[in-house]
Design a protein around this ligand. Structure first.
Ligand SMILES: [Zn+2]
Length: 251
């Protein structure tokens, strides 16, 4: 079982860890490495997995990590396919995230939750899906009456909420307790597999509360401002809103 540090400390970007297991690469896929602990986010909930590097202090050898994913209780790191010789079990590695990219993803993810919170509070529209890249994101809502004027108002309201410096709190609750929170029902917590005994929640205090596995910034003021870059109909009821962080590369 990997100690997955990202779920309790999203700001941890570098640690020392020990290699537990490896698997050679095959054709398209690079070698796989499992560590006793890691700061890598394995992807999920619309947030892409982290990238970064491993450094073996003993001989100065480095590897590029192109992705990570969750497999059971483990986080598996995938090296670049060109890395023929992965580290060996027992090796001590310095594990280093691409922090600029991760921090941008954290700001983007928190921005999405702020959007979600505003659209729910002010219009009662539920989220049906979402996805993000560093600095840009989209979210789909059951939002029949969405139009251009509403979208402008939403952008202004989200920015006002972000500016208020609302705190973001992460909690892990027993399943029964989480199910008792009415707000969580709208994020379809009831669709979670029955085997899960604990539910992690992410709260933008005073604005939004969701069952969520992602990494977030500590305060909405760290997000900065967002722009709505587009909106479209995905059917009579389903509508999509696209956002970008102001000042981000893609924004
Ligand atoms: Zn989320």
């Amino acid at each position: 079982m990997t100690d997955a540090i990202c779920y309790r400390d999203s700001y941890a970007d570098r640690i020392t860890a020990t290699v537990v297991a490896t698997e050679p690469g095959e054709s398209e896929r690079g070698p796989l490495v499992v560590l006793d602990r890691t700061v890598f986010y394995p992807g999920g909930g619309g947030q892409p997995a982290d990238r970064g590097t491993f450094l073996r202090a003993a001989d100065g050898r480095t590897w590029t990590v192109r992705a990570a994913r969750k497999e059971g209780d483990e986080i598996v790191h995938e090296l670049e396919p060109a890395e023929a010789e992965p580290p060996r079990p027992g090796d001590r590695l310095e594990v280093d995230l691409d922090w600029a990219r991760r921090h941008l993803l954290m700001r983007t993810h928190t921005a999405l939750h702020a959007l979600c919170g505003v659209v729910w509070r002010d219009y009662g529209a539920q989220v049906t899906g979402g996805n993000m890249e560093p600095g840009t994101a989209r979210m789909d809502f059951e939002f029949e009456r969405m139009n251009g004027d509403l979208v402008d108002a939403i952008e202004a309201t989200v920015n006002a909420e972000l500016e208020r410096g609302r705190e973001i709190r992460v909690n892990v609750l027993p399943r029964a307790e989480a199910f008792a929170i009415p707000d969580l029902i709208r994020t379809k917590v009831n669709l979670l597999p029955p085997g899960i005994s604990e539910i992690r929640t992410v709260e933008i205090v005073g604005l939004d509360l969701q069952a969520d596995g992602g990494t977030h910034v500590a305060s909405t003021s760290e997000v900065g401002r967002i722009r709505v870059t587009g909106y479209e109909s995905k059917g009579r009821i389903n509508k999509r809103i696209r956002i970008a962080l102001a000042g981000s590369l893609q924004g």
